[in-house]
Design a protein around this ligand. Structure first.
Ligand SMILES: [Cu+2]
Length: 316
C-alpha cells in the first residue's frame, strides 16, 4: 500500500502543523547512541554504517468512533482521538476503500491508518473495528502499569529474579493478550520495531528468535512462547505486525508480536531496562532478550545484539 506523501494539504493550518514533522523525519542516524544509559544493561553493540532513508511521514494511525455516514459519496464521518504531534481530536470525513460501509454503524470504535486527503476526505487503510471490552482491558492494564512505574520510582528497573511486569497489549491479529495468559510457560521476550534499518539489530534479533523457536521445537521443548514487543507503536499497528510476521514466514502459534498504547510501551521499556528513543525517522535503541519463567519471574537476560539461540536453548 503506497500513500501519497503529505505535503499536499488543502488546509494551511495542517501544512504548518506538518512542517516540523517533515523536518524531523528527513534524516536517520541510527549510529548515534542513546544519551542516557539503561539502569544496568549494556548498550547493544554499535551498528555498522546504516542505510539512510529520508522519508516524509506518509500516514498516521488513528482511533475514533463512527458518528455518521454519507453513503452516496462512500464517506464515513469519524470523531478521531488526538493524533499526537499532528492534529487534535476532531470530526472529519474519511473513505475506507474495500470496506463495505453498509455493514458499519454509528457508535462503533475503530483503528486505522489515515493517508493524505483527497478533496478534504482522508482515505483509511488497515481498518479494523475495536472490541470495546478488549480496548478497555488494554487501557486498564496501561493505567495499572503507569501507576506501578510511578510507585517504583527509581527502582523501576526489574532485575533478574524479580517478577516481570504485567501488561495487556494487542497481538498481530488485533487480539488483546495479557501477560498473565503466559503463566506456566517459558517466555523469551524482546523489543523491536519493524522499520529498523540496521540489519544487525532488530532484523537479526527476529531471525534469531525464529531460529530459537525452530531449535526448541526440534528439541521437543514444550511450553515456550516467544514475544516481540514493538516500541514503534505509532507505526507498528497489528496489521503492520501481521505483515512483518507473514513476510518472514513466522509461525505465530507461539511467537507473538505485540503493540499497544505508547505510555504502556514506555513503561515496559523502563521496567525491562531497554532504551528506545524516537530519533529522526528511526529509533535509537538498545537490545535485550529476556527469559521469563513459568512463575512470571525474570530468569535470564542477555543485553546487546550478539546473543545466540544457544544462550537460551539449554535454559528452556
Ligand atoms: Cu532495531
Amino acid at each position: 500500500m503506497k500513500l501519497p506523501s503529505f505535503p499536499f494539504f488543502p488546509f494551511p493550518v495542517l501544512v504548518s502543523l506538518s512542517l516540523p514533522l517533515l523536518a524531523a523525519c528527513t534524516r536517520t542516524d541510527p549510529k548515534a547512541s542513546p544519551s542516557t544509559p539503561p539502569p544496568s544493561p549494556a548498550t547493544a553493540s554499535a551498528p555498522s554504517p546504516a542505510p539512510t532513508a529520508p522519508a516524509a511521514p506518509t500516514s498516521y494511525p488513528i482511533r475514533g468512533e463512527i458518528v455518521g455516514f454519507d453513503l452516496p459519496r462512500q464517506v464515513l464521518v469519524i470523531h478521531h482521538e488526538e493524533i499526537p504531534g499532528y492534529m487534535p481530536a476532531m470530526t472529519m470525513e474519511f473513505t475506507a476503500p474495500g470496506i463495505d460501509l453498509t455493514k458499519l454503524r454509528e457508535g462503533q470504535r475503530l483503528a486505522a491508518r489515515m493517508g493524505a486527503p483527497l478533496d478534504g476526505v482522508f482515505p483509511l487503510t488497515e481498518f479494523r473495528l475495536l472490541d470495546p471490552a478488549q480496548d478497555q482491558a488494554v487501557a486498564a492494564a496501561a493505567l495499572a502499569l503507569r501507576q506501578d512505574t510511578f510507585t517504583r520510582g527509581k527502582n523501576v528497573y526489574r532485575e533478574v529474579g524479580e517478577p516481570a511486569p504485567s501488561f495487556t497489549l494487542y497481538n498481530q491479529d488485533g487480539k488483546a493478550v495479557s501477560f498473565a495468559t503466559f503463566r506456566g510457560q517459558r517466555v523469551v521476550l524482546n523489543f523491536i520495531f519493524t522499520r529498523c534499518p540496521v540489519a544487525t539489530m532488530c532484523p537479526a534479533s527476529t531471525a534469531k528468535m525464529m531460529a530459537l523457536q525452530a531449535a526448541a521445537k526440534k528439541a521437543g521443548v514444550k511450553n515456550l512462547e516467544l514475544v516481540s514487543i514493538s516500541f514503534d507503536s505509532a507505526y507498528d499497528t497489528p496489521p503492520v505486525l501481521k505483515q512483518y510476521a507473514t513476510e518472514r514466514g513466522i509461525d505465530t502459534t507461539n511467537f507473538s508480536f505485540l503493540t499497544g498504547p505508547e505510555n504502556a510501551i514506555r513503561d515496559l521499556l523502563a521496567q525491562f531496562g531497554v532504551i528506545a528513543q524516537p530519533g529522526e525517522n528511526v529509533f535509537k535503541h538498545t537490545l535485550s532478550t529476556l527469559l521469563i519463567g513459568p512463575d512470571g519471574k525474570i530468569l535470564h537476560r542477555v543485553d546487546g545484539s550478539t546473543w545466540t539461540p544457544d544462550d537460551f536453548l539449554p535454559r528452556l
